[in-house]
Design a binder for this molecule. Structure first.
Ligand SMILES: NC(=O)c1ccc[n+]([C@@H]2O[C@H](COP(=O)([O-])OP(=O)(O)OC[C@H]3O[C@@H](n4cnc5c(N)ncnc54)[C@H](O)[C@@H]3O)[C@@H](O)[C@H]2O)c1
Length: 236
C-alpha cells in the first residue's frame, strides 16, 4: 500500500490502459478519480469517482479538478492517459480529424497538466505517449505527432516543475485494448504492431505496473524520462 493517503486522477480511466492504471493505483492505496468520454465504465470498479469530462475542453478540465478537490482533496498523482487514434493516409486526413486528435491527445495532456501545476504542491505527473510518437507510422501522422508532442511536453514540464513535481512519460507499444481491436485498426496496422521482438500485444496491466512504480516513493529521482513498455518495438 505504497500510495496510501494519496489522491490520483487518471484520465480516460473507463477502460483499457487507463482502467488498469486506476485499478493498480487503487490497489496500492490511492483514492482514485477517473474521467472518461462518452463511455462510462461498463462494470463497477474500485475508484472513488468516475466522472464524464472531455480533456480537450478547458472548462471540463477545471470542473473536473474542482470536483476532485472538493470530494477527495488535491491530486498527488495525475495520469494523462485519455487518447484517441485516427488512421488514414496523410492525403485523406481532414483538418478536422487532425485537429481532433491533437486536441484530445496533446491539448488534453496540456490542459490537465496545467491544472495540476496550478494546484499541486508536489507529486507526480505521468503522461501516456506511444511508441509511435518515437517511430512514426504510415497512416497515423496526426496520432504520431500528438504522441511525439506529449514526449516533448513531458521534458519541458519536468524541467519547469522540478523539484516539486516529477514528470515522466510512458510510451507503450501495442497493448490489447479497444483501441487495437480489429474494428478500430486496419489489419495492416495490427500486423505491424506484432512485428516486435516479443511478437505479442501487451496487457494493460503491464503498463499499469510501470505507472504505479513511477507514482510511488521508489521513483523519487526520476523525472523527464520516457519509458517504453513495448515488447521491444523501440530500443533506446
Ligand atoms: N492500446 C495501445 O496499443 C496503445 C499503445 C500506445 C499508446 N496508447 C495510449 O494509451 C492511452 C489509452 O489507450 P487505450 O488503448 O486504453 O484506449 P481505449 O480506447 O481503450 O480507451 C480510451 C480511454 O480514453 C477516454 N477518452 C477518449 N477521449 C476522451 C476525451 N476527449 N476526454 C476524456 N476521456 C477520453 C475513453 O473514455 C477511454 O476511457 C491512449 O492515450 C493511447 O493513445 C495505447
Amino acid at each position: 500500500m505504497t500510495l496510501q493517503g494519496k489522491v490520483a486522477l487518471v484520465t480516460g480511466g473507463s477502460r483499457g490502459i487507463g482502467r488498469a492504471i486506476a485499478e493498480a493505483l487503487s490497489a496500492a492505496g490511492a483514492s482514485v478519480a477517473t474521467c472518461h468520454a462518452d463511455d462510462p465504465p461498463a462494470v463497477p470498479f474500485p475508484v472513488a469517482l468516475a466522472l464524464p469530462a472531455d480533456v480537450s475542453s478547458e472548462v471540463d478540465v477545471v470542473c473536473l479538478f474542482d470536483r476532485i478537490e472538493a470530494e477527495l482533496g488535491t491530486p498527488d498523482i495525475v495520469v494523462n492517459n485519455a487518447g484517441i487514434l485516427h488512421e488514414a493516409p496523410l492525403a485523406e486526413t481532414s483538418v478536422t480529424d487532425f485537429d481532433r486528435v491533437i486536441a484530445v491527445n496533446l491539448r488534453g495532456s496540456f490542459l490537465v497538466a496545467r491544472e495540476a501545476a496550478r494546484r499541486m504542491e508536489s507529486g507526480r505527473i505521468i503522461n501516456i505517449a506511444s511508441d509511435l510518437g518515437l517511430l512514426g507510422r504510415e497512416n497515423m501522422a496526426a496520432y504520431g505527432a500528438s504522441k511525439g508532442g506529449i514526449i516533448a511536453l513531458t521534458r519541458s514540464m519536468a524541467r519547469e516543475l522540478a523539484p516539486k513535481i516529477l514528470v515522466n512519460a510512458i510510451a507503450p507499444g501495442p497493448i490489447d485494448t479497444d483501441m487495437t481491436s480489429p474494428g478500430a485498426m486496419s489489419p495492416e496496422a495490427l500486423a505491424k504492431d506484432l512485428d516486435t521482438p516479443l511478437a505479442r500485444f501487451g496487457r494493460p496491466g503491464e503498463v499499469a505496473a510501470l505507472a504505479t512504480f513511477l507514482a510511488g516513493p521508489d521513483a523519487s529521482f526520476i523525472t523527464g524520462q520516457c519509458y517504453g513498455v513495448n515488447g521491444g518495438s523501440v530500443m533506446t
